[in-house]
Design a protein around this ligand. Structure first.
Ligand SMILES: Nc1nc2c(ncn2[C@@H]2O[C@H](COP(=O)(O)OP(=O)(O)OP(=O)(O)O)[C@@H](O)[C@H]2O)c(=O)[nH]1
Ligand SMILES: [Mg+2]
Length: 288
């Protein structure tokens, strides 16, 4: 039996959350074309007959500008400490040298596999170049080119990881998928729709909390609050005559129903908390 923690690191937008979802064959982590989507560590527990892998998706590595960012980078640091294997993810179209500098600065003490992602968007030559660039690096045990959007790549990715996974017993029950409560995923799915529907600073100035999640016989009743910095942002989220929040509500509800496999009644509220990203108490309250 093999078992261990396999934590995914990389720059924002490299495709870390997409990779977690591919490996889990389940949408556990939210994804968007915008940077800095992920703010938490999201564990995905993959249990098979002869192995258990506890994957962790982490926030993209950045220079922190706000207390929120500092908390996000703390998540990265904690994930570095308990990893058995580090998966370093690079967008093939990103600056390789910059990625390399970041990977070196992590001072990894565990085997690292570099996955060069989004190879569906690059030429064969460029892919070969990236593999040979990274496989020469000291921290890199193996460099593999992948596309996290291509389900056909899942088998090879898993086989590569299994080569480095330590022997050991399971850490979690076989039927556990994650260590986070359903409420967390509900909040994240709403946040994903905020990334999809709103532009510029709005997704970055928003947090979502779920104070109520009640299972009734015929449906699940959920109350969620969207926290923003300013009244003007609240007005944008509400939209003219409440048009936007209605759209956000129905898109979120569809995703949540898919996730929980049940009919959902979702109520959304918008609250203004100036500068919540810099407020320790509010960051605690919102789960960061
Ligand atoms: N073409 C292509 N797009 C991809 C691939 N993998 C991910 N993407 C896209 O890249 C964007 C970013 O993906 P995410 O999974 O959110 O990236 P992330 O690394 O988790 O980003 P942060 O959470 O912001 O750090 C999304 O639009 C994905 O659909 C891939 O293999 N090929
Ligand atoms: Mg992510």
């Amino acid at each position: 039996m093999k078992s261990g923690f396999v934590n995914i690191f990389g720059r924002p937008n490299a495709g870390k959350s997409t990779l977690l979802n591919l490996l889990m064959e389940e949408k556990l982590a939210i994804v968007s074309p915008k940077v800095q989507t992920t703010r938490h560590r999201v564990k995905g527990i993959l249990s098979e007959k002869d192995y258990q892998i506890i994957f962790s998706d982490t926030p993209g590595i950045i220079d922190p500008k706000y207390k929120l960012h500092e908390r996000m980078m703390r998540v990265v640091k904690n994930s570095l400490e308990d990893a058995d294997i580090a998966l370093l993810l690079v967008d093939i179209n990103d600056d390789w040298t910059l990625n390399d500098e970041i990977f070196m600065s992590l001072n990894l003490k565990v085997p690292a596999i570099v996955f060069i992602n989004k190879t569906d968007t690059a030429t064969h030559e460029r892919v070969k170049g990236a593999v040979s660039f990274f496989e020469k690096r000291n921290y890199c045990k193996k460099a593999v080119s992948i596309s996290a959007l291509n389900t056909a790549d899942r088998g090879e990715i898993l086989n590569t990881i299994l080569q480095f996974l330590p022997l050991g017993e399971r850490f979690y029950q076989e039927d556990e998928l994650s260590d986070l409560p359903t409420k967390f995923f509900v909040g994240e799915l709403i946040r994903e729709k905020i990334f999809e529907l709103f532009q510029e600073e709005i997704p970055y100035h928003s947090a979502v909390v779920v104070p109520e999640y009640k299972e009734k016989s015929s449906l699940i009743k959920i109350r969620a609050e969207i926290i923003v910095h300013r009244e003007t942002q609240k007005a944008i989220i509400l939209g003219e005559g409440g048009k936007m929040i209605k759209k956000l509500g129905s898109k979120s509800r569809e995703e949540i129903e898919k996730f929980v496999g049940h009919k959902v009644f979702l109520e959304l509220f918008v609250k203004v908390k100036p500068n919540w990203r810099e407020n320790e108490l509010q960051l605690n309250e919102y789960g960061y």
